[in-house]
Design a protein around this ligand. Sequence first.
Ligand code: KMH
Ligand code: ZN
Length: 312
Amino acid sequence: MKDTSRKVIISCAVTGATHVPSMSEHLPLTPADIRDQAIEAAEAGAAIIHLHARDPEDGRPTPSPDIFRRFVPAIAEATDAVINITTGGSTRMTLEERLAYPLLARPEMCSLNMGSMNFSIHPLAAKISSWRYGWEKDYVEGMEDMIFRNTFKDIKRILLELGGHGTRFEFECYDLGHLYNLAHFVDEGLIKPPFFIQSVFGILGGMGADPENMTVMRSTADRLFGRENYHFSVLGAGRHQMSLVTMSAIMGGNVRVGLEDSVYIAKGVKAESNAQQVRKIRRILEELSFEIATPADARKMLGLKGADTVTP
Ligand code: KMH
Ligand code: ZN
């Protein structure tokens, strides 16, 4: 019998560490910007808010707990949304740096990247004619020679140290092999269902944004985990965002939008806010008669520990 009660979780990734300020004047950089845009996105229907921090002086990605603390408590105070803190940080951060704030805050959810990889937007550097801050050009061009490190030992450490505090994970899978890495940790008994699998399409270094890849990821996840043991979600980078997340919902999955993943709202049109992207995907989903999950629905679906256990 088809589960007609299914609801779709909208995640919103507010700022990330990949896009740089020169790519959009709407990319939130300061703690106040991040706070305000996160709250607006939650009010627009995002049940999960995925957060990175940036140096308010120049928008450079930072792992600083002091900066995170300038906006995470305010978001938690103003909304019931699930706070999802990155453990990915940026490809230039050490694992120690990436874990600094999550280990202090012990959030309900953190991202967890399921394999080392190349992760880059360096080809975009040539398309930027003027750079707003001095650090940006080298940062973007330098990605060409960076490895996004997520060894098995790194992943195990995150599962044990953060998982030990009840944090559950948005497992970011950029390739088919990342699902097998996830299965390895399930077999090791380090991960309990339901798994929240965030399939990432269109990042240079990961699988491309071809719709056929989504059917491969979905069928492989079914085969490895059993559909009853995981929740599928999708993010599409850049211009692929809205079409791929819509396809995810149609395939029984959930969706992630946000300026971390795309600075656009339509082809060649810059998004003016995270909330604008949340409103757009919500409109599309509701037109297709999907029901949007509330934060309480998301907590129940994903087995989260509750916001009152977090120490932001
Ligand atoms: N900024 C990317 C290198 C995550 O939040 O864990 C990694 C990322 C994924 O943003
Ligand atoms: Zn992220």
